[in-house]
Design a protein around this ligand. Structure first.
Ligand SMILES: [Zn+2]
Length: 396
């Protein structure tokens, strides 16, 4: 199993001959640049080759005209322990997702932990343990932001303060525990927010036996930071309720692979009409009932681009810059100072699309030729995507 300590340094890396550079930023999704320079895991220059100082590089990546985008962010996963998921009895699902271009994952709760504690001291202990474990060890380099307690009835304000003081920054999906009423959730969301903990609410029908329905009134009343899987995970609310959530709540609109695909497409179109595409973020909800989804984020990008008429470069922003902004991450956008997390792509072999963007708009997945996290090459030609027509090369 490929693991990485968090202290590894990249040295100076020059990425050149980029054919198309996607920024991750909705305001300007395509950059006029062909070179990125990285030092010790951070972007230090972006521009034309003549304007970038390539002197003293320890690693040179020649993109051979392929596309570079920020590493993809999966806004909704359920990790448990290391690179293992008991839900589907699989190993190396994080590594597989990295081969699908994912460089950062956000936990929506460690709910698949066998025998998950539901008493308050136990759930706090599990959250703190998960936060520590995933920050101490990165699997295949992927940054898993974990330690997301599933809130239960009986929690009081000091519990949220204690969690925050211990380094917890996320709540697991509200509704997966005993807190299912709007007013009760609203009070806990406010406590969490007061101490800098971001919240996500489960939206829609029960996900697995034992969980429950969270309807639009509960979502609106709870006012969590993220309307988690607004297209259901799996079962969606009626489309008119989803529209009402988009219109009446200012919060993030999260679309997931493990949800209702028709509603995901309709919601993206509706968000476009409402001029609130900046609120749209993507997740897989993996490894959930529909399984480990290594290409789930790429599939969401291709699905929304091809069926909701979203330009491919904009759909990539949903999975990069939008999520980074809403989740307050230092990755997701190509600009100096940000983490050097990139996915290198090209049109898949034999796609009907003439360019990478056209191929995605036609509904095909891109081929991944390399993934870099913190300036370090984590994989070259992906073992999971269709083969890229052209792949970058590395020299040291
Ligand atoms: Zn859920």
């Amino acid at each position: 199993m490929a693991t990485a300590a968090v202290t590894e340094k990249s040295g100076k890396v020059v990425i050149r001959n980029i054919g198309l550079l996607l920024s991750g930023d909705l305001a300007k999704p395509i950059l006029d640049a062909d070179t990125i320079v990285v030092d010790d895991g951070r972007i230090i220059a972006v521009g034309r080759a003549a304007d970038c100082d390539a002197e003293g590089a320890t690693t040179i990546i020649d993109c051979h005209g392929t596309t570079v985008a920020p590493g993809l962010i999966d806004s909704h996963v359920h990790p448990v322990a290391g690179d293992w998921t008991p839900r589907q009895g699989q190993l190396n699902w994080i590594d597989s997702s990295m081969h699908g271009g994912v460089t950062t994952m956000i936990s929506a709760g460690e709910v698949h932990y066998p025998g998950r504690p539901k008493d308050i001291v136990g759930l706090k202990a599990l959250a703190i343990t998960s936060q520590r474990a995933f920050s101490n060890m990165r699997f295949s380099g992927v940054k898993v932001h974990a330690g997301a307690p599933v809130i239960e009835q009986g929690m009081v304000e000091s519990d949220f303060r204690e969690l925050a003081e211990a380094g917890v920054r996320l709540l697991g999906e509200i509704g997966l525990g005993s807190v299912k009423a709007g007013a009760e959730a609203r009070e806990m969301v406010a406590w969490a927010r007061k101490y800098g903990i971001q919240s996500t609410i489960h939206t829609g029908g029960p996900s697995i036996p034992g969980s429950g329905l969270i309807d639009k009134d509960v979502v609106l009343e709870a006012d969590a930071d993220i309307i988690g899987h607004i297209n259901g995970g799996h079962t969606s609310l009626p489309y008119r309720d989803v529209c009402e959530l988009c219109e009446r709540s200012p919060r993030a609109i999260e679309l997931v692979h493990n949800g209702n695909e028709r509603i995901a497409i309709l919601t993206a179109r509706h968000a476009h009409e409402l001029k609130c595409l900046h609120r749209v973020i993507l997740g897989t909800d993996g490894p959930a009932g529909s399984g480990v989804q290594p290409l789930g984020i790429l599939r969401m990008v291709a699905q929304l681009s091809s069926l909701a008429d979203i330009p491919a470069e904009v759909a990539f922003c949903f999975a990069t810059g939008n999520t980074a902004r809403i989740r307050e991450l230092d990755c997701g956008i190509i600009e100096t100072g940000r983490a050097a997390d990139f996915v290198f792509m090209d049109r898949a072999q034999h796609t009907a699309g003439k360019t990478l963007l056209e191929s995605v708009q036609l509904g095909d997945l891109p081929g991944i030729g390399m993934v870099m996290i913190d300036g370090i090459v984590r994989c070259q030609r992906s073992r999971n995507t269709p083969p890229a027509t052209q792949v970058p090369s590395v020299s040291h």
